[in-house]
Design a protein around this ligand. Structure first.
Ligand code: 3H9
Length: 708
């Protein structure tokens, strides 16, 4: 037996405990330990039945994801032998009861299904989340699950990857009993109850597999769903194929097919990208100069200044996490409008089944509207979300400095402005930080946390922790114009408009990027956000632009015509009463006319050029940001782009995508654009260096850590 697996006995019932913190992943040593325990149990006449349980906070969270990289790079790695262990458990002549708390995910659920019975505490969750890593279950999960749940539920669980709560898993047939109270004691008692019954092998339970006719509509529906909801992803379709195999082939052959599909997925670029994201989401929480032990500022109450779209959304996010929040506006009309929007948004969530009415009623009670700063003294955290203008922000912060208690965090939701300048209007710059939410704030997962030069470690650590508490993914960024996300978005949008001015159509630009995997094309995003927002910012900053540099003009001209996007019924597209975008020949004609007047040569623009121009504009700016230290790691940029800008997860984010293409190739293309389009395309020095050294953006952080 290994250190990772212990075997004890409790009066005729053997107890196998897996102890591989933090999540009892099936790392090398764990399957071997379980196999050895099963062999001992098999040979020990005093043992009537066995319980397998996880030590610590969970059952088994699956295969060890870190091992996958070793497998695909040819450096051994464990986990692939799992199917034979599961057969061994299933063939054990004494009943094995799987006792589940925390999560039984991926290989953990597959292992649980090889047991003869499964019991769980009510808070447990089970699932086959592999598709979220770009793979499918690889230890016969797609073959055993439909035998327990029936085909429809198994397809859904394997293709969508969402977990099920214990009570549901009991209904679906995955679990045999819920245990209230002590899990081990309950599981041992259960094992005694069933000790004399004949063992049931999941792989031999074919009664729920259904007929070909019944299944045809299930599989067709699942495929249609996957193509729509997991656009561009290979694994969901492979998972459906594998479950379908369970209905057509005997268990062994179905398992073989599953294994082939699993390996195809494991070696795909998509899986590598999604695994990069899995670890990246956890990595961004780690700030090198802010240790885990940094004291946190308790946030029990909050206040938000400004009840516009952003302020209202932020108040909802805080209330949803159970934090009472004051919502301040300058006048009653604005406050009423803001509260009306909040109520409307909550009503939509109830209609869509996201929240219950009673949850919403409780949340609304936590949001207290106000017209004055009188009660701000109680707030531990204040978030300013007023109109984006430096003078106004400074005025608000000077006021916050006067009214807030010592130790309160003063945060600005600015999306572009200088946090240090905002902080300079207070006598406590150490308390000031940026919390840049994305619209709609109650939906989008990203929170850019902007570190000012004086922001204290406690304030930063608290905001990082708060992001988790409010269900966001917080990424710490430096204080530069547009921070990380918007600074990169600027050249991306700029290129999309340049392409229009060079001859591409609005629809061609958007569909090329949509087909690449972006949630929306850049022009449709502009219409959604309001073209006037960028127009105003461009006007404000025009004096900072170097003279003689090409400027995109088509968007500004549309704004001059009152075409602000969806809100004015027209922008790059026309909109019908349901806000559905309709291509507008008038816009095409205008862009052509303006471009010819500006002597921009008109030409055919290929789909590939559209993608390269826009995505490499992101990458080149990302490289500058990385080298200048405004993002901590390349993966931080990737996480920002996935969660705030609709970049396709299966491409791993812009920096990972560039690494996957190869920086040498990316650099060559950027140089080509530099020659054709001039200074705006000057290759970032970091891109040049890493390309010449045959390295990746992912290596930059390792270089930095090595020299730190
Ligand atoms: C699979 O099973 C394939 C099989 O079908 C077949 C194979 C043949 N491996 O999330 P947390 C680390 S695929 C390695 O912060 P929580 C994680 O990186 C797998 N490491 O905790 C973090 O490390 P660090 C299918 C893992 O309490 C630490 O554990 N399974 C794994 O918020 C804590 O994680 C999944 O996809 C792993 N499997 O959430 C489940 N899991 O401290 C993936 C976690 O250094 N895991 N780590 O940053 C989860 O969903 C969550 O971790 C879980 C706990 C809900 C379990």
């Amino acid at each position: 037996m290994s250190d990772l697996v212990q075997l004890t006995k409790d009066n005729g019932i053997a107890v196998i405990t897996v102890n591989n913190p933090p999540v009892n992943a099936l790392s090398p040593g764990v399957p071997e330990g379980i196999a050895a325990a099963i062999e001992q149990i098999d040979q020990d006449d005093s043992v009537k039945a066995a319980v397998l349980i996880g030590g610590g906070k969970t059952f088994i969270a699956g295969a060890d994801i870190k091992e996958f990289g070793k497998i695909t790079s040819g450096k051994s790695g464990g986990g692939l032998e799992l199917p034979s262990l599961l057969l061994k458990i299933e063939d054990c002549p004494k009943p094995v009861v799987m006792a589940i708390h925390g999560s039984a995910f991926g290989g953990g659920l597959e292992l649980a299904m090889s047991g003869h019975y499964r019991v769980a505490v009510p808070s447990a969750q089970v699932g086959q989340p592999e598709v979220k890593l770009g793979i499918i279950p690889g230890a016969a999960g797609t073959q055993r699950l439909p035998r327990l749940t029936g085909v429809g539920k198994a397809v859904e669980m394997c293709a969508e990857g969402n977990p099920s709560k214990a009570a549901d898993a009991l209904k679906f047939g995955i679990l045999d009993r819920l245990i209230e109270g002590d899990l081990l004691a309950g599981a041992v008692a259960f094992a005694r109850e069933i000790a004399d019954k004949p063992v049931r092998k999941t792989r031999e339970r074919n009664e729920k597999l259904g007929s070909a006719d019944e299944n045809a509509t299930i599989f067709a529906g699942a495929r249609e769903n996957a193509r729509k909801k997991q656009r561009g992803m290979l694994a969901p379709l492979a998972a459906i194929d594998a479950v379908e195999a369970a209905t057509r082939l005997p268990f062994d052959e179905g398992s073989k097919l599953e294994r082939k599909l699993f390996l195809d997925c494991l070696f795909s670029d998509q899986s590598k990208a999604l695994i990069h994201i899995f670890f990246g989401e956890r990595e961004v929480a780690k700030i090198p100069d802010i240790p885990k032990e940094t004291p946190l500022i308790p946030v029990n109450t909050a206040a938000v200044v400004g009840a516009g779209t952003m302020g209202g959304g932020i108040a909802m996010v805080l209330a949803n996490a159970g934090i009472p929040v004051l919502l301040k506006e300058a006048d009653q009309a604005a406050l009423d409008k803001g509260l009306g929007n909040i109520q409307k948004n909550y009503a939509t969530s109830v209609k869509r089944g996201r929240f219950t009415q009673s949850f919403v009623d409780e949340r609304l009670k936590l949001i207290q509207p106000t017209l004055s700063y009188d009660s701000f003294r109680n707030a531990d955290l204040v978030i300013e979300a007023v109109f984006e203008g430096m003078a106004l922000k400074k005025e608000v912060f000077a006021e916050l400095d006067r009214v807030s208690k010592p130790g309160a965090i003063l945060a600005s939701n600015t999306s572009t402005l200088d946090i240090d300048e905002i902080a300079s209007s207070t006598a406590r710059p150490q308390a000031v930080i940026g919390t840049h939410f994305f619209s709609p704030a109650n939906v989008m997962r990203l929170l850019e946390i902007v570190r000012g030069k004086a922001s204290s470690k406690e304030v930063i650590a608290t905001c990082m922790q708060l992001s988790k508490r409010i269900g966001k993914i917080g990424v710490l960024v430096g204080n530069c114009r547009g921070f990380v996300g918007n600074r990169m978005f600027h050249p991306y949008v700029r290129e999309s408009v340049f392409l229009l001015e060079e001859g591409a159509s609005v629809e061609a630009v958007d569909s090329a990027l949509y087909d690449f995997g972006m949630a929306m094309g850049p022009l449709a995003v502009g219409d959604l956000a309001g073209l006037d927002v960028g127009w105003r910012i461009r006007k404000e900053y025009r004096h900072l632009e170097k003279p003689g540099i090409r400027q995109a003009f088509a968007g500004d001209r549309l704004c001059e015509l009152g075409r602000y996007g969806q809100k004015s019924g027209a922008g790059w597209y026309k909109y019908d009463e349901n806000r559905r975008a309709i291509p507008d020949p008038e816009v095409a004609g205008l862009i052509r006319k303006w471009s010819v007047e500006s002597r921009i040569p008109q030409r055919e623009v290929s789909k590939q050029e559209i993608v390269d121009r826009c995505v490499y504009a992101l990458v080149n700016e990302g490289a500058r940001i990385l080298e200048e230290g405004y993002a901590l790691r390349a993966v931080d940029i990737d996480i920002i782009y996935l969660n705030g800008y609709g970049f396709p997860a299966h491409r791993g984010g812009p920096m990972w995508y560039a690494d996957t293409i190869g920086l040498e190739k990316v650099y060559d293309r950027v140089r080509e654009f530099h020659k054709q389009h001039g200074e705006l395309w000057e290759p970032a020095p970091l891109l040049k260096r890493l390309a010449e050294e045959g390295k990746r953006f992912g290596d930059f952080h390792k270089e930095q850590s090595a020299t730190a």
